[in-house]
Write a protein that binds this ligand. Structure first.
Ligand code: ATP
Ligand code: MG
Length: 415
């Protein structure tokens, strides 16, 4: 579990601000659910046989003897909340959420025990266009962040009937090849056979090239739906690749499954994962509700964000001040400027002017305000332009009457 320090949070806020703009433009509404839920929600909602439920959950018994779990993902909680508060009675819901998730995994680059997701869930929307729209929200946001090397991988898992058909075919094939499977896949064979397709073991991967394919078990309707999705994505000019082996870790997916991966992430290459889960709402006690969602892993996103993009939050002004009267006056002026919408960093050190100026430069502020004993005597604040990027103001140095806050604001806001 990692701390996020100021050098990180500037970048996190930049990403969070941008994603909020994208969500707003797409008409999504935010939902916030508790970090702790009844364990049963996840064992039912995600599936006992999944890695998440069988070995990654942080579960504990509380003082009321209830089994509780720190949420390992967002979807089950969002479904619970949507049902509990009857939101489905108000028509289709387009929601987003964000926050920490907890999984007891082996920590490594891009894999933590507390990590953060932002996610989107659509409820009550069944058309293939909603799949395409939902994918486009993730895609456009990642593009807007300037990430390169992204790939959208797409598969169709078909209906539950399709999967049942495939299930028996793949299990019998895997049983015939049992001895050649890696140990992990041997275990998965009886718990969650579809996940064998997802193996990272190269020998098993090679072997699987001969295995029956999921797409061969899809009904005509499922195949048509998949073709329609590809058509819509082409219309949206979102490039994609079909990955027949993509099955996703959780039990509840049907039809569309997708991942956005990056070639720049090493082995934890998936930034965004999602899919359709038309039976989950019913499974959790609600009415049959077609649903689809995705989640982006924030830590992996941060690893991809260009190191060079400058997102340090720079103040409009750095306030250098020294002397008893000057420092209280500086506090008063800084507060007024902040009320009027400016970002002002106030030096509180009373250190020598030279030292304060060094800090002003380090803050990258556009302007420095100066208030010392001389200025107090004249009843003035001295203003200097610190950046040389704006020719018009280069080396500008001027002063304002202490009471002329409006004049000061006008100058500080001029660039
Ligand atoms: P993976 O195959 O990498 O374990 P997953 O299938 O378990 O991923 P999901 O449950 O679909 O992942 O979660 C969506 C996204 O959340 C992932 O694509 C990834 O970016 C991120 N994520 C999942 N688990 C972790 C983790 N332990 N640490 C950091 N990010 C994670
Ligand atoms: Mg995982």
């Amino acid at each position: 579990m990692a701390d996020l320090l100021p050098i990180h949070t500037d970048r996190w806020q930049f990403v969070e601000d941008l994603v909020r703009i994208h969500f707003k433009k797409a008409g999504l509404q935010e939902i916030r659910t508790p970090l702790i839920e009844a364990t049963e929600l996840f064992s039912r909602g995600i599936g006992e046989a999944t890695d998440v439920v069988s070995k990654e959950m942080y579960s504990f018994v509380d003082r009321g003897d209830r089994s509780c779990t720190l949420r390992p993902e967002g979807t089950a909680s969002v479904v619970r909340a949507v049902l509990q508060h009857g939101l489905l009675n108000q028509g289709p819901q387009r929601l987003w959420y964000g926050g920490p998730m907890f999984r007891y995994e082996r920590p490594q680059a891009g894999r933590q025990r507390q990590f953060h997701q932002i996610g989107v869930e659509f409820f009550g929307l069944s058309s293939v266009r909603s799949d395409a729209e939902l994918i486009s929200i993730a895609w456009d946001f990642l593009q807007d962040l300037g990430l390169s090397g992204l790939k959208l991988e797409l598969n169709s898992l078909g209906t539950f009937e399709d999967r049942k058909k495939y299930h028996s075919r793949i299990v019998s094939w895997l049983e015939d090849h049992y001895k050649m499977l890696d140990k992990d896949s041997q275990e998965r064979l009886y718990k969650n056979p579809l996940r064998v397709l997802d193996t990272k073991n190269p020998t098993t991967q090679k072997l699987l090239e001969e295995a029956p394919m999921l797409k061969e078990s899809l009904s005509m309707d499922s195949l048509q739906r998949f073709a329609d999705l590809q058509f819509a994505l082409k219309k949206l000019e979102i490039p994609f690749e079909i990955n027949n082996k993509l099955v996703r870790g959780l039990d509840y997916y049907c039809h569309t499954a997708f991942e956005i991966t990056s070639t720049n992430l090493g082995s934890q290459s998936t930034v965004c994962g999602g899919g359709r889960y038309d039976q989950l709402v019913e499974e959790l006690g609600g009415p049959g509700t077609p649903s689809i969602g995705w989640a982006i892993g924030m830590e992996r996103l941060m690893m991809l964000l260009d190191e060079n993009i400058d997102i340090q939050n720079v103040p409009n002004a750095y306030f250098v001040n020294r002397g008893e009267d000057a420092c209280i006056q500086a506090l008063v002026i800084a507060r007024k400027l902040r009320t009027l919408g400016l970002t002002v960093e106030l030096d509180n050190s009373q250190a020598a002017f030279q030292k304060q100026f060094k800090r002003a430069n380090r803050s990258k502020a556009k302007w420095v305000l100066i208030l010392g004993e001389n200025e107090i005597l004249k009843g003035e604040v001295l203003v200097k332009c610190l950046t040389s990027t704006n020719k018009q103001f280069e080396n500008l140095e001027t002063s304002f009457d202490i009471s002329d806050i409006d004049g000061l604001v006008k100058l500080l806001k001029s660039f």
